[in-house]
Ligand binder design. Structure first.
Ligand code: DNO
Ligand code: MN
Length: 363
């Protein structure tokens, strides 16, 4: 596994690249131009600027998360073709600066959803929390107010220009079914994947988070069956998945290690994090340690190890700990702890599978 770390850019992230470099085994940053509105072509000079900053710290920029998909593409409007052309040009340019994987998602209106970004845990740390009952009774506008208008930082996926139009977007989506969304996804992939293939890039769709419909909006990538269908839409290694254990794992019916086994060769990018799920449908993001959440992170890492996974991995989110002034989910400390837990499991598996004699205590 090749360890990478999400970074929001010099002006938007309190975490310094030099500190990212100090986490053992981290080789690159997962980045994006977060201020460029979805649908626009990314400027080359801005990409080169990120590359230079990463180069200075000995980190690569091979993974991008996310190049967001314009809502008109998801809605299948006639204006989608112009946005798809911009997307194609962005892919070509990203390949030129050395990018290998592009993570994206196809969730209508909202990206990931939580009801609380600062849920206090017993040990005083804070974390992201999803309270089903609260969401069920919430107006989407309330959620936008709570998350997007965070005084400190724009949350990824909650960029203000996207959310200004939430009301209109809801109207646009009324009557759009899951099948419509699948259809529009296919149209998009048929035009994007060949470009990615030509330029040596692997597209990696992030599954829906949480893995069920919210606010009556359709969501289509929530289970093994959906992933199978997605991969068949365009059967190419450049049409892959970002296997996010925490997103998929919020539904207890999803068996994440089995998903790793089944889709291994179509997973260019893995997000690994733990969640504790409750019977009432709530879930909370815990430390990475298996004992702390509902997911068996050991089994998940073992599944990757068993298939000799050589893709990119990031710890996805972490709690906010040790008084860090962090962007919710994206502090330095707990993500670094998560990485060391993942390496601990991986290295132990390496030892036990490659050097059985040594592990038995013999010479
Ligand atoms: C949740 C996170 C997401 C992710 C985007 C990708 O698990 O990984 O914020 O970055 O949905 O498009
Ligand atoms: Mn994720």
């Amino acid at each position: 596994m090749r360890m990478v770390f999400r970074w929001f850019g010099k002006d938007h992230d309190r975490v310094e690249l030099q500190h990212v470099k100090q986490i053992p085994g981290v080789e690159g940053v997962v980045w994006a131009l977060h201020d460029i509105p979805a649908g626009e072509e990314w400027p080359m000079d801005r990409m080169l600027e990120v590359k230079r900053q990463a180069d200075e710290c000995g980190l690569h920029i091979e993974v991008v998360e996310s190049v967001n998909v314009h809502e008109d593409i998801k809605l299948g409007l006639p204006s989608r073709d112009g946005y798809i052309e911009n997307y194609q040009r962005t892919i070509e340019k990203l390949a030129r600066v050395g990018v290998k994987v592009i993570c994206y998602n196809f969730m209508p209106v909202f990206d990931w959803i939580r009801t609380d970004l600062y849920k206090r845990m017993h040990d005083g740390s804070t974390t992201l929390f999803y309270e089903k009952r609260k969401l069920d009774h919430m107006d989407p506008a309330e959620l936008v107010a709570a998350i997007a208008h965070n005084p400190d930082h724009v949350m990824p996926g909650w960029e203000p220009e996207r959310l200004k139009y939430v009301k209109q977007l809801f109207e646009a989506y009324s009557g759009v079914t899951k099948e419509d969304l699948w259809h529009n996804l296919q149209y998009f992939l048929e035009r994007i994947v060949p470009v990615a293939e030509k330029h040596g890039i692997r597209m990696a769709m992030h599954p829906d988070d949480p893995p069920w419909p919210v606010f009556g909006l359709p969501r289509i990538v929530t289970s093994s069956e959906d992933i199978r269908r997605l991969l068949k839409l365009v059967d190419s290694p450049s049409n892959g998945i970002t296997l996010c254990s925490g997103s998929l794992g919020a539904n207890p019916d999803n068996n994440v290690p089995e998903m790793v086994e089944e889709f291994a060769d179509r997973i260019p990018f893995a997000h690994i994090r733990n969640v504790k799920i409750y019977e009432n449908g709530d879930f909370i993001e815990t430390s990475h340690r298996s004992e702390d959440g509902s997911l068996d992170i050991y089994r998940i890492v073992k599944a990757y190890h068993d298939c000799q996974f050589t893709g990119y991995v990031r710890p996805d989110h972490g709690r906010t700990i040790w008084g860090e002034q962090a962007r919710p989910g994206y502090g330095l400390y707990d993500r670094a702890l998560g990485i060391m837990y993942l390496w601990g499991i991986w290295d132990a598996l390496e030892r036990s599978t490659n050097s059985p004699v040594e592990s038995a205590g013999a010479e």
